[in-house]
Design a protein around this ligand. Structure first.
Ligand code: GRF
Length: 227
């Protein structure tokens, strides 16, 4: 089996990189990471990539076009086939993004198209939404836009703050990103007229209310004697 070659771009913590590395450590996973690039030399994700013995390079962001040219060169060198943005905090050069059309994905901690940009969890709480979540989408030059591949939902709680909500969303990001990359690597994902089609797509049979309905008390008749 030839595994899809991934390049990961990040700016910080790198927890999504970690779960992609963990997934790819299984030889049956259809993708492997061949290059990790950060715009910040001090990013913990970059250090983690090095401990995992992956080619990991910092390219300080001086200028958008220069940065894109350097990244493009590295991705070519490693024969990257899919670019995964994982907490990459810069706006990429539009021509570079176009050159990776439908071959570059991003994970964003909201149900896009709601709450693009910075602090989406804070935006969700400020708006008072009852559900939010995360989205993996193909990247377009506009920030946090592009055909949606997969989403996961998280219910907000009355006592949530940005940290608690972010932590719950992050846990589900860690399931969604490896799943989505697997579907792409299996060749099951394609863009048709700005929307994504997935071969063998199974939607979950769920719907939920938030606030939820109170648990029904057993009625006297049901618990009564002599039924
Ligand atoms: C994640 O919430 C991701 O959705 C967003 O940035 C955060 C990165 O976290 N784009 P990490 O660096 O992967 O831990």
């Amino acid at each position: 089996m030839s595994r899809l070659k991934l390049g990961v771009l990040l700016s910080g913590r790198g927890s999504n990189l970690r779960v992609l590395i963990a997934a790819a450590n299984d030889p049956a996973y259809p993708a492997k990471i061949v290059s990790v690039i950060s715009d910040r030399p001090e990013a913990p994700g970059l250090a983690y990539a090095r401990t995992a013995r992956l080619p990991a390079v910092a390219i300080p962001h001086r200028d958008r076009v220069f940065f894109a040219a350097e990244v493009a060169g590295l991705l070519r060198e490693h024969r990257v086939e899919l670019v995964c943005l994982a907490g990459f905090m810069r706006i990429l050069d539009a021509a570079f993004v176009e050159s990776w059309r439908d071959r570059m994905v991003n994970i964003h901690p909201s149900l896009l198209p709601a709450f693009p940009g910075l602090h989406p969890q804070r935006q969700a709480l400020a708006a008072g939404v009852r559900f939010t979540g995360c989205t993996v989408h193909f990247v377009r030059p506009e920030v946090d836009a592009g055909p949606i591949i997969a989403q996961a939902i998280v219910a907000t709680r009355p006592d949530d703050d940005e940290a608690s909500l972010s932590a719950r969303i992050l846990r589900i990001e860690h399931r969604l990103y490896p799943l989505t990359v697997r579907l792409i690597a299996e060749g099951r994902v394609r863009v048709v007229a700005h929307k994504v089609e997935i071969d063998g797509w199974q939607a979950p049979k769920i719907s939920a209310l938030n606030p939820r309905e109170p648990r029904r008390m057993p009625s006297a008749r049901v618990v009564g004697v002599g039924l």
